[in-house]
Design a protein around this ligand. Structure first.
Ligand code: NOJ
Length: 573
């Protein structure tokens, strides 16, 4: 094909290792399990894997609190298990990127243990220490951002939980140690990194306090109960005001340039994907990150044609404006931090149709798509009912804060916690209709409860045997994308942009023009594109349609079915 890099044409699939496949039957996902599922992943038609953290961790934040950057968590297996997984992935032409957490370590990491041991040890300055809390900053997970350490009689800063102290990135030794860890995995052959929370790496050097008249628990509680437009606006303003001095600060660009230089020492176009939506982190398009996520696409109550068009216009203009012209888009609608696509963007009446439309959206838009494990079988959020089930510490902290400090009734607190905790979208992958959804043996309790809807067809095995399942639908779409040069590299040209019901656009390259129409409504439309410049005197050849469309060519005038996903090649002459 063209000169595009592998990560530009690839479809990525996020594996949340704790919940993906339990190979040794202890209730927790592991490398043995993932490796056994590689054939499944290859058959799905994805090209690359993003593995959420697999490093040793006390798991206060489900692996995002790392206590050793150059090792494998024992519950996931051994280094040899990892190497086998990497090797077997590569054999199947599946690339692998790892999660790189730069902002903080675990408080059990030897660097922090040493740093907190005295004020004058060699790592004394590796974290952010103060004699007393210099301001009212909050941690976005668990209250005050400054936590007392008796050993030093000082306070350390943490943007996330108190078990996740922030590294002091102004210290060159920190950089060196972290770049060593980065090289460790690149030397083993991994294909790049997804960079965690890069916006939080530096803080306002003036330590300017926030001016929100609430603490974190009060703000979360206020947000949960905000109903009127005024309250909703205020809630958004408060979230921004509370944390604006703790992220997005100067210094990240230089750091990303340094990291890019490290990664570019390696062959194979290793990639860096930033967990941030700020296009600026792509630098000039060639000197910082290759990709940042288009989070604004999913930051909405409802996916509508109007929202998508606005998003695409803003996003693609910004990318096109990058100095080198080498920017590239990156789209997703879900990950381990947010409600599952099927639940979040459903409307309770047409969830199945909307899930299909949204899958088609991510797989046909301009840019590299990221999928989250389980979305291909329509996994939904699962609401926990008892606080003892909650594993996401951010959720249990919130529950106790509102019950104990704010007097919220435990039942109400549990409902709110079930809604806000990320456990709901991290439940184990549903492989079959067997007990425990085939994730773990029947007599084992998985680390998080299994969503009982695995018994109702929301599982891989049943869907593999059902040609009209969502799983087959994903496979089909992925195949269409793979076979279509324009869906991978074509320009985006919106069409009939006044429709509030359907989203129509072309993907056009010098090799092919493809028409995509996503009908987000239950209405039928008589569509006519015969006067559209790119389709004048041309026919359409169906590449994919969720309605029963005849395969032969026809004029670009046709009836669009309710909730139809229609993809066609424009054929001239
Ligand atoms: C973003 C990760 O996606 C999330 O799961 C984690 O809790 C925070 N960063 C802190 O590392």
């Amino acid at each position: 094909m063209s000169s595009l890099k592998w990560w530009q044409t690839a479809v990525f699939y996020q594996i949340y290792p704790r919940s993906f496949a339990d190979g040794n039957g202890d209730g927790i996902g592991d490398f043995k399990g993932i490796t056994e599922k590689l054939d499944y992943l290859a058959s799905l038609g994805i090209d690359a894997l993003w593995l959420s953290p697999h490093f040793p961790s006390p798991n206060w934040d489900c692996g995002y609190d790392i206590s050793d950057y150059s090792n494998v968590a024992s519950e996931y297996g051994t280094m040899d298990d990892f190497k086998l997984f990497l090797d077997e992935s590569h054999k199947r032409n599946l690339r692998l990127i790892l999660d790189l957490v730069l902002n903080h370590t675990s408080d059990e990491h030897p660097w922090f243990v040493e740093s907190k041991s005295s004020r004058d040890n060699p790592k004394a300055d590796w974290y952010v220490w103060m004699d007393s809390p210099p301001n009212n900053w909050q941690s976005c997970f668990d209250g005050e951002a400054w936590t007392y350490s008796p050993e030093r009689n000082q306070y350390y800063y943490h943007y996330f939980m108190k078990q996740q102290p922030d590294l002091n990135w102004h210290n060159p030794e920190v950089k060196k140690a972290m770049w060593d860890a980065v090289r460790f995995w690149l030397d083993l052959g991994v294909d790049g990194y997804r960079l965690d929370a890069i916006g939080t790496i530096y803080e306002d050097p003036n330590l300017t306090p926030h001016n929100v008249p609430m603490n974190l628990a009060q703000l979360r509680s206020f947000s949960d109960t905000a109903k009127t437009p005024k309250e909703i606006k205020l809630k958004e303003k408060y979230w921004h005001e509370m944390f604006k001095n703790q992220w997005g600060q100067a210094g990240v660009h230089d750091l990303m340039k340094e990291l890019r230089a490290v990664v570019d020492e390696y062959d194979g176009d290793r990639v860096l994907v930033g967990e941030d939506d700020n296009i600026d982190y792509m630098g000039n398009g060639q000197d910082e990150l290759q990709l940042v996520f288009n989070f604004p696409l999913m930051r909405t109550e409802k996916i509508t044609p109007t929202h998508i068009r606005k998003n695409q216009k803003e996003r693609l203009t910004q990318i096109d404006n990058l100095a080198s012209g080498a920017g590239w888009a990156c789209n997703t609608l879900g990950n381990h931090d947010c409600s599952r696509i099927h639940t979040r963007f459903g409307n309770k009446l047409h969830d199945a149709q909307l899930a299909r439309l949204n899958a088609a959206l991510v797989l046909t838009m301009k840019g590299t798509p990221f999928l989250y494990n389980g979305e291909e079988i329509g996994m939904t959020d699962y609401m926990l009912t008892d606080i003892s089930q909650v594993k996401d510490t951010m959720g249990s902290w919130y529950y106790h804060a509102i019950v104990i400090d704010m007097g919220v009734h435990p039942e109400e607190a549990m409902l709110r916690t079930a809604e806000m905790t990320r456990d709901k979208n991290r439940t184990p992958m549903q492989w079959s209709n067997n007990p425990n959804a085939g994730f773990s043996p029947a007599d084992v309790s998985p680390w998080l409860p299994i969503n009982p809807n695995y018994k109702d067809g929301v599982n891989v095995h049943d869907q593999e045997n059902n040609p009209s399942s969502l799983l087959h639908y994903y496979k089909h779409l992925l195949r269409v994308r793979k076979e279509s040069p324009s869906l991978k590299e074509g320009e985006y040209i919106p069409l009939q942009t006044t429709s509030k019901d359907y989203f129509a656009f072309l993907r056009q390259s010098d090799k092919q023009t493809v028409l995509v129409i996503l009908n987000y409504s239950e209405k039928v439309f008589e569509l006519d594109f015969s006067r559209t410049k790119e389709m004048k005197n041309a026919n359409l050849k169906t590449l994919f349609s969720s309605a029963q469309r005849r395969p032969d060519q026809f004029e670009p005038k046709f009836k669009l079915s309710p909730f139809e996903v229609f993809i066609a090649e424009v054929v001239r002459g």
